[in-house]
Design a protein around this ligand. Structure first.
Ligand code: URA
Length: 192
């Protein structure tokens, strides 16, 4: 799907491709710099995201925002989105058919943003992008390169809220993300 941002946002906003549309308050397409070097992909909107129509604005979003600040960046400098754009009931994982229905939108976002580095927040984000067999405890912080883009799985912020002992490892992952962005900028790949 090669579309413009307005066409894409219109398509996402009126989407009825799966049953998740029936209960949504707002679609949550994603937000941030439309040409960001760094993109974050989560799982799907939670209650607060559904209420506001913005990604990662609830408790896990507050933590993600702090982690973005910790590497010297602002939310407005990155692009943040999810595998599915409508809230799964009771925050359950998206079903494969819901993710499949929504993936075209993520691909279109990816093609428009053209990030250099993509951070996959949790297992669901990995499962539908780089790899279907990812164990976050084992694979977090590893780089996967696909077609010149660097992908890194890390803990979903809600997992860090449930188990704060993991924050240290996540912090180290974020330092690697910062290093990678610096390296790419140093190699002249930071120009957009
Ligand atoms: N969890 C996600 O995966 N995405 C959000 O936008 C909020 C919480």
């Amino acid at each position: 799907m090669r579309v413009s941002w307005p066409e894409l946002l219109e398509a996402i906003g009126s989407c009825e491709k799966c049953g998740l549309c029936e209960r949504r308050t707002h679609v949550v397409p994603g937000e941030g710099d439309p040409h960001a070097r760094l993109m974050f992909i989560g799982e799907g909107p939670g209650q607060e995201e559904d209420r506001q129509g913005r990604p990662f604005v609830g408790p896990s979003g507050e933590l993600l925002t702090r982690m973005i600040h910790a590497i010297g960046m602002e939310r407005s400098e990155v692009y943040i989105c999810n595998i599915v754009k409508c809230r799964p009931p009771m925050n359950r994982n998206p079903m494969p058919e819901e993710a499949a229905a929504c993936l075209g939108y993520l691909r279109a976002q990816f093609a428009l943003v053209r990030p250099q580095v993509v951070v996959l927040l949790g297992k669901v984000a990995c499962q539908y992008t780089v790899k279907d067999q990812v164990f976050i405890t084992r694979d977090h912080g590893r780089w996967y390169q696909q077609k010149g883009v660097w992908f890194m799985p890390t803990y979903h912020p809600s997992a860090l809220l449930r188990d704060p002992a993991k924050k240290r490892e996540a912090w180290e992952d974020f330092q690697k993300i910062k290093q990678k962005l610096n390296e790419l900028a140093g190699a002249g790949e930071g120009e957009r």
